[in-house]
Ligand binder design. Sequence first.
Ligand SMILES: Nc1ncnc2c1ncn2[C@@H]1O[C@H](COP(=O)(O)OP(=O)(O)OP(=O)(O)O)[C@@H](O)[C@H]1O
Length: 271
Amino acid sequence: MTHRVDTEHGADAAAAADTSGLRATELTVRFGGNTAVSGISFTAPRGRVTGLIGPNGAGKTTTFNACSGLLAPSAGRVALFGEDVTARGPARRARLGLGRTFQRMELFDTLTVEENVALGREARLAGSHPLRQVVNPPAQRKAVRAATEDALELCMLGQQRRAIAGSLSTGQRRLVDLARVLAGGFSVLLLDEPSSGLDTAETRRFGEIIGRVVAEHGSGVLLVEHDMALVMDICEHIHVLDFGELVFAGTPSEVRSSETVRAAYLGSEAG
Ligand SMILES: Nc1ncnc2c1ncn2[C@@H]1O[C@H](COP(=O)(O)OP(=O)(O)OP(=O)(O)O)[C@@H](O)[C@H]1O
């Protein structure tokens, strides 16, 4: 089945034609005297999975937060499809096509799977956080339903659609979380440790879904992930952070054979 590419927002049409996706330039984030991210530059273009890896505390989540607008960088720039969004908030970035998930999932446990996924679309329409949603006018309900169906099908959640989210296993909840952001029809997705808590089979299934999202939608994905097998399997290009600095960038096989990368991980284990 071919999935719809979102065209109802003007920004989406522009995004579809522009593969530049997300670009961070000389990004620096300081917390008081602690430099969590230090002058890093990278891109996450459409049509591929880009990895962002590094030991604990390397600055991955901070980078995500600066890219999605939750944190203002101390220096540097963030651009989306060529537009400088450094001074823009999460809502503007979402309208331009940037979606994200969080390390700690934020599902609504008393709602059904279907309702949680639909909220992803409604959030996109309003360009805001699901909690602050207003009820959609009738004309938008059809779009919400279609996007919800696509996302449920893509994530193989059709049979669980009426299950209460709070009753699901961690693996199923991760899929609901993914389906919710997919329903938003974003062009670039920031996924923060999406396989956390999944077993091997669930992680493989998760990787296959991400692959389909990129292949069928042409989406760009920036993936923060500790599961190296998944990273090596689905990323085309990988950036490696250590102590807030970009210490290496390359293909999975280049990362695998890099002494710099090995040293960064061994250093963190020794510490
Ligand atoms: N809100 C904050 N205030 C102060 N320091 C912070 C804050 N958030 C992160 N840090 C610090 O910034 C550095 C980078 O943290 P960050 O969470 O971005 O790393 P990470 O690579 O995502 O780690 P992990 O893999 O453990 O999630 C760490 O030294 C952390 O303690």
